[in-house]
Design a protein around this ligand. Structure first.
Ligand code: ATP
Ligand code: MG
Ligand code: MG
Length: 394
C-alpha cells in the first residue's frame, strides 16, 4: 500500500480521503486553508496556495500517486508534480476540461453532441453571437465558473451593452480565470481561448448525469445515470434511477463512456447532459473528478465513486457499480444547515447524513448532503419533502 496525495482540500477531497483511508492508504493533502474539509481527514496536510510550485513538489515527494479534486489547478503546478509523482489523471485532461470551449471542441471531435455555441472575446463578438445563436441564450465565462457563477441568461428584451459591462466586471473579478488573461482587444471569438462562450438555451426535458471510471489497467465502468434537479443553477437533488425510459439511461451511460474513452480519462469523469423532448442527449459539461451528482453512490451502490477513483488510480480492479436501492441525494446548503441539525433526530432511519466540516456556513454554500434510501424514488422524495427543510422535493 502507499500514499495518495490530494491536490485540493474541499469536500470531494475529503470524501476521497475517507475512502482511501478505509482501504488502508495514507493520505496527504495540499490546500491554501488549514483544516480544510480534506485536511481534517488526511494524515498530513500541506498549507499553501495552489500556485506554490515548491509546495506542490513537496506533495509529490510525499505521495506515490497524486489526484486532483477540482479543475482550476495551474498547468505548471500539475506538470511540476507530474515530473516527481504519478499523476494518473494527467495535465492534459485538466487543460481540456478547465475551459468550456476546449471541452466542447474535444467532445465534438469525438462525435458527441453539445449545444450550439460560439466563443466571445469582444463586444463585436457578442453582437455576432446574438445574431448567430439567437435568444434566449446563456453566456458563461469559459473558465472558473461553478454553481452557475459567471453566467447570464439573455432574454429578448435584454440590452447587450449592459450585459457586456457586467461581463467585463465579472472577468476582472474571477481569480480562477487564470491563464486566460482577459484582454478584450486581443481575445478572438475564433480562438479556443475566448473568455466567454455564448450557448443556445437548450429546451431540455430533464438534466441527467453519469459518472464513469477508467482505470490505469484500461477498465471502464459507468455508474447508473442520475436525474438532476437544480435550483438557482445549483444542484439540489440527484435521483437514481432517473425518471426516464430505461433506454435513455443506457444511452446516457454509453455516451459518458464514449466521452471518457475519447478523452483518455484515467480516474473519474462526471458527464452532465441535457435530455431533449425527442430523446436526444446533449453533453452540457464535464468534470474530471468525483461529481456532486455521484454522491448517491456512497450509500446506494456496491462501490462509491470515491472508492472507484482510488481503485482506478492505484491499479486495483474497478468495483461493482450496481445500484442496491432507489435513492435520492439532497444537497445541504448553508440555508438548510440549521434546519437539518434541528430536525435530524426525527428523520426516517434510512436517511444517511454527510457533512463536510466547513468552518463557515453561507447561503448557497454546499455544507453536506443526505442520501435517502427508499423502496422507490417517489417515496424518497416524499420523505424528503416531509422533513420540511428542503421545501417541496422533486
Ligand atoms: P456546476 O456547478 O454544475 O459546475 P456550472 O456553473 O459549471 O455548474 P453549468 O452546469 O454549465 O454551470 O450550468 C448550470 C445549470 O444552468 C445547468 O445545470 C442548467 O440547469 C443551466 N444551463 C446551463 N447551460 C444551459 C443551456 N445552454 N441551456 C439551458 N440551461 C442551461
Ligand atoms: Mg461546471
Ligand atoms: Mg454543471
Amino acid at each position: 500500500l502507499s500514499t495518495i496525495g490530494i491536490l485540493g482540500g474541499g469536500q470531494l477531497g475529503r470524501m476521497i480521503a475517507m475512502e482511501a483511508k478505509r482501504m488502508g492508504y495514507r493520505v496527504v493533502t495540499l490546500d491554501p486553508t488549514p483544516n480544510s474539509p480534506c485536511g481534517q481527514i488526511a494524515d498530513e496536510q500541506l498549507t499553501a496556495p495552489f500556485t506554490d510550485v515548491p509546495a506542490a513538489l513537496r506533495l509529490a515527494e510525499l505521495s506515490d500517486v497524486v489526484v486532483y479534486e477540482f479543475e482550476d489547478v495551474d498547468d505548471k503546478v500539475v506538470e511540476a508534480i507530474e515530473g516527481r509523482a504519478f499523476v494518473p489523471q494527467g495535465s492534459r485532461l485538466l487543460f481540456q476540461t478547465r475551459h468550456r470551449l476546449r471541452e466542447k471542441a474535444a467532445l465534438m471531435r469525438a462525435g458527441i453532441p453539445v449545444a450550439r455555441h460560439i466563443g466571445v472575446g469582444s463586444r463585436a463578438d457578442l453582437t455576432k453571437a446574438d445574431e448567430e445563436i439567437g435568444r434566449p441564450f446563456i453566456v458563461k465565462t469559459t473558465t472558473g465558473g461553478y454553481d452557475g457563477k459567471g453566467q447570464w441568461r439573455v432574454a429578448a428584451s435584454d440590452d447587450l451593452d449592459e450585459l457586456w459591462s457586467s461581463m467585463q466586471a465579472t472577468i476582472r473579478d474571477l481569480p480562477a480565470a487564470g491563464n486566460t488573461e482577459f484582454d478584450a482587444d486581443a481575445a478572438s471569438a475564433m480562438s479556443d481561448d475566448a473568455p466567454f462562450v455564448v450557448e443556445a438555451e437548450v429546451p431540455f426535458e430533464r438534466e441527467v448525469s453519469v459518472v464513469v471510471a477508467r482505470s490505469i489497467r484500461g477498465e471502464t465502468r459507468a455508474f447508473p445515470m442520475a436525474e438532476n434537479i437544480h435550483r438557482d443553477h445549483i444542484l439540489q437533488f440527484s435521483i437514481c434511477p432517473g425518471r426516464v425510459d430505461a433506454r435513455v439511461a443506457k444511452a446516457a451511460e454509453a455516451l459518458a463512456v464514449k466521452a471518457a474513452q475519447s478523452l483518455g480519462v484515467i480516474g473519474l469523469l462526471g458527464v452532465e447532459m441535457f435530455l431533449l423532448p425527442d430523446g436526444q442527449l446533449l453533453v452540457n459539461e464535464l468534470a474530471p473528478r468525483p461529481h456532486n451528482s455521484g454522491h448517491y453512490t456512497q450509500d446506494a451502490c456496491v462501490t462509491s465513486q470515491f472508492e472507484q477513483l482510488v481503485r482506478a488510480v492505484t491499479g486495483l480492479p474497478l468495483g461493482s457499480t450496481k445500484l442496491l436501492s432507489p435513492v435520492v441525494m439532497s444537497n445541504i446548503l448553508g440555508e438548510h444547515l440549521d434546519g437539518v441539525l434541528e430536525s435530524m433526530a426525527s428523520w426516517p432511519d434510512t436517511f444517511k447524513l454527510h457533512l463536510y466540516g466547513k468552518a463557515e456556513s453561507r447561503p448557497k454554500r454546499k455544507m453536506g448532503h443526505v442520501n435517502v434510501l427508499a423502496n422507490s424514488t417517489e417515496e424518497a422524495l416524499e420523505q424528503l419533502t416531509g422533513v420540511g427543510v428542503f421545501g417541496v422535493c422533486g
